[in-house]
Design a protein around this ligand. Structure first.
Ligand SMILES: [Cu+2]
Length: 171
């Protein structure tokens, strides 16, 4: 999707959200992916900025592309294996701060995809903030995207291959 389209979608979303703080929330560089065409789960990544002067918190996410959408992070277990963890309380978004959602870290998890995520698709994701309310983000599917520079080597961490013991993929 072109930048102007995304901008329009974002502005429309902001217009629908609670007026108080939603205008202070800015989403950068969103993308979604699955590990394979047969994957039953996927994830979305982005950077969420809070340009306001009040701290907020990302407390939930929703999307029609999956039966269940959760906020996840990765944590190394006692065996040194990275595992995904459902973070029910969500992520802090400090005033003037950001939430980095990227491969190997925080992400929006799609569990039980209702349809495959195809390259070029755009997936609507509703992020719910404690104070700013709902912000709808148009997330492009990018299956070719490599993990961002500076993150760990995630060769063994693709969602399709990971230990989903705590994530319940439904399959
Ligand atoms: Cu996950």
């Amino acid at each position: 999707m072109s930048f102007p389209m995304f901008r329009a979608a974002l502005l429309a979303a902001i217009a629908l959200a609670t007026p108080a703080l939603a205008a202070d929330i800015e989403i950068h560089d969103p993308y979604a992916r699955t590990s394979s065409a047969m994957a039953t789960s996927g994830a979305a990544f982005m950077v969420i900025h809070n340009h306001g002067t009040t701290p907020d918190r990302l407390i939930g996410a929703a999307s029609p592309v999956a039966e269940k959408v959760e906020l996840h992070t990765h944590k190394e277990n006692a065996q040194g294996v990275m595992q995904m963890i459902h973070v029910a309380e969500g992520f802090d978004l400090p005033a003037g701060g950001e939430i980095l959602m990227q491969r190997g870290g925080h992400h929006v998890m799609f569990l039980g995809l209702t349809a495959p995520l195809n390259q070029g698709d755009t997936v609507p994701v509703t992020l719910t903030f404690e104070k700013a309310g709902d912000v709808v983000v148009a997330v492009p599917v990018d299956l070719d995207r490599k993990p961002d520079h500076g993150t760990m080597n995630h060769g063994t961490m693709d969602h399709g291959k990971m230990d989903h013991g705590k994530a319940k993929t439904g399959g």
